[in-house]
Design a protein. Sequence first.
Length: 375
Amino acid sequence: MSTRVAVAAFTLLLICSSAGAFHRQTPAVVALTDSGDVTLPRLAAGGRRLAIALDVDGRQIFRQARRPIDLQQITSAGDNRNPAISDSGAVVAWDSDCGLLGCTEPGRQIFLWSRGDTLQVTTDPTGTSVNPALNGKGTLLAFESQGDLAGSGNAGVRQIFLRTNHGAITQATTGQGDSRNPALSRNGRSLVYESTNDSTGADGGVSQIWLAAGGTATPLTDGEGPSRLPNVSPDARVIVFESDADLITDGHDTRVSQIFSYDIRDGELCQLTDEPNGCSGASVQKVYFGDWRIGFVCHGEGFFQYHLSGQRFRLPTTGGDTSQVVAELGSFFFVVNTTANMLSGGAPTPGHRVYMLNFWAYAPPQIGTVPQTCR
């Protein structure tokens, strides 16, 4: 099953081609979809490949087979969502309603495609296995479920599970609170997620960001408002997320979402934004000159900021509604989901289209160095 696709997408996960000179050969702005209304996934990708879920005969999964954007369809049935892909593009994971292989389990299950073969990873009687994440090699898979998938006696609490490439499944989280939205570093040794557990394992009712590394799980936040949707840089240095809590001072619930970063090496937590209407959709990628680029959206516009220098830039999305920007595709590329017409600068498009920005050919305007409040 192979095809060339330029159609509407419900969910996109994008990684550029692997050749080192690709940034020199790519225009400043490339339209990756040309119709429909598109949403991007929660995770930034750490590699240089493309996996997408498109509304072709339902929601089907495609992967980038070669350069340019030549897409190979790897599913043909079912409602398939939340794709994740290894750095090489040889492994793709997603969740599905079981229409693909005709399995009898209810709800949603995790599937894995590896070098042409499709495997059902979970046989979850609760049908709650969703939101997969892969490490760089595709040898470690994280996902969330309410099932007792590791024989640990899980009593219907949403937990994070890990599966190795040998098929062994272990339960990575415990406690009475729900844990969800996992993300893995490239080597798989760092797992970040959100959980309503408190430090004793009781359900505190408010989601916090957790880091599991070296056999120890540690809460990174302790706010009265929810912290959610963590991303971790492939090199496991920087975690980014959004939070309604004032994490720098007393932790009170502001009821407005702002972007935060946590430097794993230095143990420093910083608030990057302070916008009255809030900001969302944090993603992070290490760049070639030794800094980390953090993307986010505020008041319908796309921005990115460097972790160390604090320099902030505005993406060319003025005049439209931007729902997400993703700092991925290596050092030079960025993915933008917006109704702004980034090719012609004309009237906004009817739906949110996906564009790829090449910073080798395009220099976004710098807003300035933004003071960060840290602790």
